[in-house]
Design a binder for this molecule. Sequence first.
Ligand code: SF4
Ligand code: SF4
Length: 217
Amino acid sequence: MSNGKSILIDTSLCTACRGCQVACKQWNNLPGTKTKQIGTYQNPQDFSASTWKLVRFADGKNGNGKPYWYFFSDMCRHCMEPPCADTIQGFVKDGVIRDETTGAVVYTGKTKTVPFEKVRASCPYDIPRQNLKTKVMAKCTMCIDRIKNDRVPACVQSCPTGAMIFGDRSEILVMAEKRVAELKKSYPKAMALNPEDVRVIFIVTDDPQKYWKYATV
Ligand code: SF4
Ligand code: SF4
């Protein structure tokens, strides 16, 4: 494989418009989910077999009493060495495709024969979900069908602020490094999350755990 593709998600530019979340549903023909208001703007509350992209909202107070409000446009990281793929392949051949050109990690219908909880537990970012009726596992595909037709993923296409960028991995890595250096001037804790290990690279300006418990380094 070449170096493949990557997505950069700069949370400092995200306004939580949720265009990416809606675009993902629209492109992948995923049905809406019944939800209820529980005192947060985040909606729905979690991923499901029909929600593969989710803007997480987190708010609280810093040690100095100042409030923070962070947005985290969560999705599969398309890991360079995906642990979920190792787990699936331990049970069934061809349950997951690792695309040669892009590096996208894509589940197939054969995942229905694999114990779901084992796959979910093997993902460091708690991404995989299961269709309760068909038992097939589901998550972001990197919009592989769009990429193969020279289009960027639907979430990236929809982002109005430039918070999401798609491109060749080597170029995305350089962009991430430059952007972190720039942000560090104002936000000393700015960092990219696991850029060597994942294709979907988040940039945060504060302790990643304030954004989301699975926003790990
Ligand atoms: Fe698999 Fe989780 Fe990595 Fe996505 S983030 S490729 S679901 S291990
Ligand atoms: Fe944030 Fe862009 Fe998604 Fe809107 S489309 S929620 S600005 S990442």
